[in-house]
Write a protein of this length. Structure first.
Length: 335
């Protein structure tokens, strides 16, 4: 039995959870977010695979939601529903943060096939080519090569497990403000063309222009350079917020209304940052604090539930849909 088939055997647990929750919770919204996606067979070998949603699982999860009368909506519609006193539906939104080539080539077609909308929160430094994609470039090197040179040490890469271990060790060492510099040195030592790797994985403005014309695609902003907004001065934060919105509006000829914080947990953004998003002209701002969207929710601290490669069964998804993951996160202080 494949891993995806095994995951869907969890239906026996998921469906009773869903039925019980509906009797208690009633109408509600659940916002999901992720970064990248890969087919099951590719997902299995990726060094940073938890950064990716299993594309085959995502396809089946969308079918499951529609079969059980969940409405898939845009952020804009989710806000309208949460503000209504008469709302009786259950609804979900899916948003992709950052946005890479696979958002265009792999994910958007899945949502199109189901006839449901998808929200893209774009970091404009990616299509502009100004943001070093160090973590993605590192992963690409570890997948494509049998060995890499790191600070005069040769790291052998014979198995997927060795690649995952190497990725975790190197990424944890690089993570921080100097990550781009470390990556540049790594590329020089290993003869890697950084520009070529960037455009191998980055979404382009041409792709975004095509997506912006799709009625099922909603585009929002995710800053220029992906900083932690709370770490910036107010002026610098507003520059990131306004700059990304302006760039998208001018380049795509649209009116971007919604924003997602690059780092969205409670320790990463708070009331001051929510106020800056409002000041920058947005109608809403999304976090990565787990929970449900209910009537009266503050538009500038929207909860979103992150899904990744480890979430490949319906029981895990139902925990999000019922709000149990949000409750658990608050209990253990991981919000």
């Amino acid at each position: 039995m494949t891993s995806v088939a095994t995951a869907f055997a969890a239906n026996a647990l998921a469906l009773p959870i869903a039925r019980a929750a509906d009797r208690v919770l009633g109408p509600r919204g659940c916002l999901f977010t992720f970064h990248r996606a890969a087919p099951s067979e590719v997902w299995e070998i990726l060094p940073n695979r938890d950064f990716y949603v299993d594309l085959d699982f995502l396809d089946k999860f969308l079918a499951y939601l529609l079969a059980h009368d969940w409405h898939v909506v845009t952020i804009g519609e989710a806000l309208q529903r949460s503000a209504s006193d008469d709302e009786t539906s259950r609804y979900v939104n899916f948003s992709i943060d950052d946005c890479y080539r696979d958002s265009f080539e792999l994910v958007a077609p899945v949502f199109r096939r189901h006839g449901v909308p998808l929200t893209l929160f774009v970091t404009t430094g990616i299509p502009d080519g100004t943001l070093p994609l160090w973590s993605i470039g590192l992963e690409d090197a570890l997948v494509e090569r049998d060995e890499v040179l790191l600070e005069d040490q040769t790291i052998r890469l014979a198995t997927s497990e060795e690649r995952r271990t190497a990725y975790q060790r190197i990424a944890s060492r690089w993570d921080g403000p100097d990550a781009g510099m470390h990556y540049a040195s790594f590329c020089a030592a290993n003869g890697i063309d950084r520009d070529a790797v960037h455009w191998k994985h980055a979404i382009s403005w041409d792709m975004l222009e095509r997506l912006a014309k799709d009625p099922l695609i909603e585009i929002g902003a995710h800053t220029i350079s992906h900083p932690r907004i709370s770490s910036l001065s107010p002026d610098a934060a507003v520059a990131e917020l306004k700059g990304s919105r302006t760039r998208l509006n001018e380049r795509l000829g649209i009116d971007v209304q919604h924003f997602a914080f690059p780092y969205g947990r409670s320790g990463d953004c708070g009331p001051c940052d929510f106020a800056l998003a409002r000041q920058a002209g947005f109608l809403s701002a999304a976090t990565t604090r787990k929970g449900l969207l209910r009537h009266g929710q503050d538009r500038f601290s929207l909860p979103r539930n992150t899904i990744n490669g480890g979430h490949r069964n319906l029981a895990a998804m139902e925990m999000h849909l019922t709000g149990l993951t949000g409750t658990a996160a608050r209990i253990v202080g991981r919000v």
